[in-house]
Design a protein around this ligand. Structure first.
Ligand code: S3P
Length: 173
């Protein structure tokens, strides 16, 4: 079976949903950010501070390729992993891609107290608004689109599973 790849803006719940989805399908769950941290032996804020975002994006692409090559996993990605065309192409080739969404208001609420995301430094609400505007449409390539606002974790997992089954019945493997 192809990988199930979760994409979406920071705070849309990719990691939490991915873990629950994997458990319910008895699949392995691998998180791209965790794989990067393990590979680098330091946190994401440290990578950004020490070597900058461009370096992080290069490592992100390399690790994504490795994770996707394993196959049959639920792979959760960082919000910016879709910014490179090469990454999007890999995701579509080696997985069924699921985009999670939430309203700007909901995301700001969820991310308000966050300190582990370097791109939100300097004011969460302003940064979320700016990045959401800059990234408008970047998750639209995913064939499965799920709005998580106001939904329970179990409902989100059910909705994803229903849509994955529909797609695989339509001929995707
Ligand atoms: C980023 C999102 C983060 C992490 C890094 C950059 C982004 O992952 O990869 O801080 O560019 O949106 P989450 O989406 O899991 O927060």
């Amino acid at each position: 079976m192809k990988n199930l790849v979760l994409v979406g803006f920071m705070g849309t719940g990719k990691t939490t949903v991915g873990a629950a989805l994997a458990a319910s399908l008895e699949m392995k769950h691998t998180d791209l950010d965790d794989a990067i941290v393990e590979w680098e032996g330091r946190s994401i804020p440290e990578i950004f501070t020490d070597q900058g975002e461009a370096y992080f994006r290069d490592v992100e692409t390399k690790r994504l390729a490795q994770l996707l090559a394993v196959g049959s996993q639920v792979v959760t990605t960082g919000g910016g992993a879709v910014l490179r065309k090469q990454n999007v192409e890999m995701m579509l080739e080696h997985g069924i891609v699921i985009a999670l969404h939430a309203t700007e208001e909901e995301l700001i609420k969820r991310l308000e107290k966050d300190t582990g995301r370097p791109l939100l430094a300097g004011g969460v609400a302003t940064r979320v608004k700016t990045l959401m505007a800059e990234r408008a449409g970047v998750y639209d390539f995913a064939p499965i689109q799920v709005d998580t606002t106001g939904k329970s974790l179990s409902d989100i997992v059910l909705e994803i599973k229903r849509q994955v089954v529909e797609r695989t019945q339509d001929g995707e493997q």
